[in-house]
Structure formats: structure tokens, C-alpha cells
Design a protein around this ligand. Sequence first.
Ligand code: NI
Ligand code: MN
Length: 223
Amino acid sequence: MRATWHGHACFEIAGEKRILIDPFLRGNPTADIGPGDVHPDILLITHGHEDHLGDAVEIARRAKPKVACIHEISVYLGEEGIEAEGMNFYGTLDLGGVLVTMVPAWHSSSHAGRYMGTAAGFVIEMDGRRIYHAGDTGLFSDMKLIGELFKPDLFLVPIGDRYTLSPALAARAVELVSPRVAIPMHFGTFPVLVKEATEFRELVEAKGKTKAVILRPGESYEL
Ligand code: NI
Ligand code: MN
């Protein structure tokens, strides 16, 4: 299975199915591709903020993936003519053999002033591997529970500070989740965010339990 970072919180996970998460591409100065370049089977949206919902409507209309998101976003997408699977915390959906569980994220969620439910993260199980995409979040102690319940192989964690975890708190989140590998995201996109992930990597690797892998947009990690 291969995880490719397209900048910010957008990842493509390719295995038995192609999964796209948080496709913020057109407005993202660091994205390596555009919304016309992706052909997902499954599209996951963590919350309604523009840097996550991004080009989801356009991609869903063209590629017709199965879409999963929190109930309120599924209602919004329905109004846009997109059939989406609504769900909520700790519910699991079987999307053609890929198991998607929605988990909490400590963050807000809106789109153009409209309430979009609560922000979320996802645990994805495909090809015998589990990936935890934390979405936008601060630190919360249930990350330990998510780690115990799902034993993620790969943890995709925001480190940019201000709107999400800082590098130091993201390293603390990695301790709670205890994955094999952690990849930082949500940094370097805009001037207000942390620019580099080196501090995060040093803090994580000092603990000696999890491997920290820093990707550049367009780069992949094989797991
Ligand atoms: Ni957000
Ligand atoms: Mn964000």
C-alpha cells in the first residue's frame, strides 16, 4: 500500500482501492497536482473548512467515488447533487472491503458560514493495514484509546500549530497513538503555519518507538 502526500492534509492511499482524503488542491500553493488529476474510488472529508473540503464537490461529480463524511456534510453534498454516506463518531462503514471508522477530532467545522457538524478523523483499514488520518485537531487523551482500539500502522498528524497541534504536541499525540510510522501534515502551506517538520521528527525519534517520515508534496511512503 502506498500513501502519497499532495500537500496540506490531502493524502492518496493506494491499495486494493484508491482513497483520497481532504482534496484541497486548486487553492493550495503547495499541491503537486490539480483536482483533474485524481481518480479516487473512495473520497473522505474530515471537516468543512475550505482547506479540507477543497475540491471535493468537483472531484465527486467527475470521478463518482464513494464519499464518506459526517452527517451534516453529507446533507450539504446532497444539495450539491452528490450522494454521500453520512456517519458519525466510532461508526464504521464497509466501502467495498475497505473499512472506514470515523473518530473524533478536537476542532471546529463550517463552510461559508454554515454549520458542518463536528470535525473528524478517520481510521482506514485496507489490505490488512490501518491508517489513522487525524484531520485538523488539537490534543485529546482519547487518542490513546484510538491507538489501543485500532493499532494504526500509519498515523497522519497535523503539526502546523495555530489551528492544529504544534510539532511538540503532535509528538505527544504520536506517543498516545503509538503507530509504527508517523507522517506530519498541515505545515508549510501558508506563512502562519510551522514551516518545517524537522523538530517533530527529532522529538518522535527521540522516543525510539515510532519512525517519523517527512514527505514533500508528491512523495509517497510504501507501507
Ligand atoms: Ni480546519
Ligand atoms: Mn485545516
